[in-house]
Design a protein. Structure first.
Lengths: 510, 314
């Protein structure tokens, strides 16, 4: 009796083990020839490139399914995309693009100038309501001169225009007035075509056989598995079920470092972390208080404590933009000094400790940074409290400037205009600080229409110096961006703007 | 018949209440679909945001939105997903199978093992094994499914790296792969209800074993096995059936967590994703469907109970 009961007591585990064993014996070697299995954390809301601009969608479609007239390469330079060449009139008001020969859409139709015109009109259309419209604000009219030549007339010269075009996907002209057709069934020109979307399961792309660059793609397909749990993604990569975790943060990457069969690619982020201050109300309406906050921050400590050393202190532009960024050594406030902060607060005439509430973006790395910031501020004459709401609440408060100050991250791009104009110009669409500085405005306006590189550089150097220490944002850090992959993945280049376009050159060794 | 009628009225009231509650609650959460999709720090002008909201029908007054929605629901139209314009019903049907399979599998494991285990626990009462089993069942009750899920995944990657645990393939496509991927999450999901039900069977059995009819059976010289399984178990099963019905509701909730850990594209993931992107029609419809299922299961259990035990019919 006791013997049999002993067996039954472990019935549960015995049964589980039996099921394990039997299912394993039956398990087929699920060998998918040259389809790269990637794992990403979130399902995109849709795949219409003119509508859904979030990174979850961008990284799946940019440079894989869709291409623009121009492209941003791994060194962050503007290079030809669907346009093989272009000419710009001396006054900067007319662009003529020559399309690459032999390009076809995934539905088989050839890419012609009329498709480019339709795509630009689609982004500008009020009916489609594309959030990208502001990037084409300078466009007056696009016309097809012949089947392979597009002429774009501008209202005014626009220095960041070629950068902006890299983010405007070219779609078939049939979609010009079609609002919903591309959300679930994207049709582009890129090296991969859309194959299947199992909602919350995966999005699979397959090779576009008619791709204009005959040397690409090398893979037969890419499957983006949607895996919400970080622990599950890590296990999947370690066990080899997934071959790539694209665009992950330092915390995840450092846990994967050194695992057998796993390698990491890294690059400097374009996005930066900041403490944004509301300049329309006390205490941060006073430039001296803003400067005091800058001195109170110990940026090196933030990098060590919250980014695990994987990052650098940085100013208004990413150090990755070597042609543009001013070295932080020219910003005095980047040398931490709690005493100097206290002095500045005294000069400002505010009663210390200055009580402030920091609105915090609910993302793990930003929360970590916010806690370090809070501790540093509290040692330098501030009394900081953190408020970490749910994302929807954060976005709402952020957009409505409903904060004393916030801790968050701001996206970057390869052109300084994208960093500055919308964020720091008076009335800019993301100027939630309500910052207004006529000197900055004048410089941003002139640099935007200045096609002379040296002139632009001088203007943006000046802007960086104006913003760095008593501007509306205390610029803190630029983190490292990582992509983890299996050792047998070759040819992949990580790009700071998070595009996965180099999947076209990626191969899987057996 | 009166019993049936009151139950049906309850059912309708619950459904109306749930429809209003879900409709209001999802809108009480700050932020809307447009703000969430754009995220913080996206470059977009205010008039474009207004146009996007208009495009999605979010600029209507809330009561207009509710009436047009509930009108559609009564006519069999659950609405369309906010960004993709796909019928919500298609989205739900696309996600229902993994959850259904997971729930049924977990229920089978939980309920199937609970009876022998519970009987055994009752039989062994007071012996050394009893303490071990009691500790085991309390652990089973208290271990959270998500933790157990992660531990199972980690253990398996070490023990059997070839085993494909993550994600989901439809049964029709690859039956072995399907079972292979679902067995661990089903186990993680089943453990708490297994422990719960086994404890229930144990106490019901102990209760039954003290009844007069057992003593009579013993006096008649019935075998120990006959007493346990024929006389005691049959009576102990009445509360068991009720509990299984309630557990089904628990399983639907637990499935959300387990689907998240094992990356199974089921209803739980659908609801979580829909809430995160403020996809109002999808949240409303999914919660309505899940509630309806739960209410119907309980209704069926009530009927079953009435069949087993004549006393509840009045």
């Amino acid at each position: 009796m006791s013997k049999s009961s002993g067996n039954a007591a472990f019935g549960t585990s015995a049964l589980a083990a039996a099921l394990l064993a039997s299912a394993m014996a039956l398990s087929p070697a699920t060998a998918r020839a040259q389809v790269l299995q990637a794992a990403v954390d979130a399902s995109p809301a849709g795949l219409d490139p003119h509508l859904i601009t979030a990174f979850t969608s961008f990284q799946i479609v940019n440079g894989t399914i869709y291409e623009g007239l121009t492209t941003i390469d791994k060194d962050l330079r503007i290079v030809p995309g669907l346009a093989q060449s272009w000419t710009i009139a001396p006054d900067g008001k007319t662009y003529t693009f020559k399309l690459v020969p032999g390009a076809t859409f995934h539905d088989g139709s050839p890419v012609e100038a009329a498709d480019v015109v339709a795509s630009i009109n689609r982004v500008l259309s009020k009916d489609i309501a594309s959030p990208l419209a502001s990037r084409l604000a300078a466009v007056d009219k696009a016309t097809a001169s012949d089947a392979s030549t597009v002429t774009i007339a501008m209202k005014e010269a626009s220095a960041p225009f070629l950068t902006a075009l890299a983010s405007i996907a070219i779609v078939p002209r049939a979609f010009e007035t079609n609002k919903d057709g591309l959300q679930r069934q994207p049709v582009g020109t890129g090296p991969f075509r859309f194959k299947e979307w199992q909602p919350n399961g995966f999005i699979e792309l397959s090779k576009h056989a008619g791709y204009w660059n005959k040397a690409q793609p090398k893979l037969d397909g890419v499957r983006f598995n949607i895996i919400p749990e970080s622990a599950t993604r890590q296990v999947g990569l370690s066990s080899g079920q997934y071959a790539m975790l694209p665009n992950i943060d330092a915390a995840t990457a450092l846990q994967l470092r050194g695992r057998p069969g796993v390698k990491l690619a890294e690059t400097m982020e374009l996005a930066y972390t900041l403490v944004g201050m509301n300049t329309s109300k006390a205490p941060f309406d006073n430039p001296k208080v803003r400067e005091a906050l800058n001195y109170a921050l110990n940026r090196g400590e933030i990098v060590q404590a919250a980014l695990f050393g994987a990052g650098v202190p940085g100013g208004p532009l990413s150090p990755a933009l070597k042609d543009w960024a001013v070295s932080t050594s020219s910003f005095p406030c980047f040398t931490h000094s709690a005493a100097k902060a206290q002095d500045l607060l005294k000069e400002a005439g505010v009663t210390t400790p200055v009580a402030v509430t920091l609105l915090v973006l609910p993302r793990q790395d930003i929360r970590d940074i916010a806690q370090v910031v809070q501790a540093q501020l509290n040692k330098a004459g501030f009394k900081a409290e953190l408020r970490i709401p749910e994302l929807g609440q954060f976005v709402q408060d952020w957009r409505n400037s409903n904060f004393d100050a916030f801790v968050s991250t701001n996206a970057g791009s390869v052109d300084p205009d994208d960093y500055f104009f919308r964020t720091f110009r008076t009335g800019g669409s993301t100027n939630v600080f309500k910052y207004s500085n006529p000197a900055v405005d004048a410089l941003l306006d002139s640099a935007r229409v200045d096609l002379n590189q040296a002139g632009r550089k001088a203007a943006y150097d000046r802007v960086q110096n104006l913003l760095a220490c008593d501007g509306p944002a205390a610029f803190m850090t630029y983190g490292q961006l990582f992509t983890a992959s299996r050792q047998n993945v070759t040819g992949f280049d990580i790009i700071a703007n998070r595009s996965l376009m180099s999947l076209a050159d990626t191969t899987l060794a057996r | 018949m009166r019993f049936l009628r009151t139950r049906l009225i309850d059912l309708v009231l619950v459904m109306v209440g749930v429809s209003i509650l879900t409709f209001l609650m999802i809108r009480l959460i700050p932020g809307d679909a447009v703000a969430i999709m754009l995220g913080a720090n996206t470059e977009v002008t205010a008039d474009r945001v207004a146009e996007l909201r208009g495009r999605l029908g979010l600029d209507q007054p809330i009561w207009v939105q509710y009436l047009s929605w509930i009108g559609g629901v009564l006519g069999g139209d659950l609405g369309v997903s906010i960004w993709t314009r796909r019928p919500v019903l298609d989205e739900i049907i696309g996600h229902v199978w993994p959850t259904l399979q997971l729930t049924v599998l977990a229920l089978a494991i939980g309920a199937g093992l609970a009876v022998p285990l519970g009987v055994l626990m009752a039989r062994l009462r007071g012996r050394g094994w009893d303490v071990g089993l009691q500790i085991g069942s309390v652990m089973g009750l208290t271990i959270p499914s998500f933790w157990l899920g992660i531990m199972l995944i980690l253990a398996l990657t070490v023990l059997a790296p070839e085993w494909q645990v993550l994600g989901y393939v439809p049964f029709s496509q690859d039956p072995v792969g399907n079972i292979q991927r679902l067995i661990l999450p089903a186990f993680a999901l089943a453990l708490p209800i297994l422990a719960n039900l086994a404890r229930l069977v144990r106490s019901a059995m102990l209760d039954a074993l003290q009844q007069d009819y057992i003593r009579s059976a013993r006096a008649r010289g019935a075998s120990e096995a006959s007493i346990l399984f024929k006389h005691a178990l049959r009576n102990a099963l009445i509360p068991f059936v009720t509990s299984v019905g309630i557990m089904t509701g628990y399983l639907l909730g637990g499935a959300i967590v387990v689907e998240q850990v094992f990356a199974i594209p089921g209803l739980g993931r659908l609801i979580l994703g829909a809430i995160a992107e403020r996809n109002y029609p999808l949240v409303q419809a999914t919660i309505l469907v899940v509630t309806f299922t739960f209410v119907m299961v309980n209704f069926a259990v009530d009927l079953l109970y009435a069949l087993i035990d004549p006393r509840v019919r009045t």
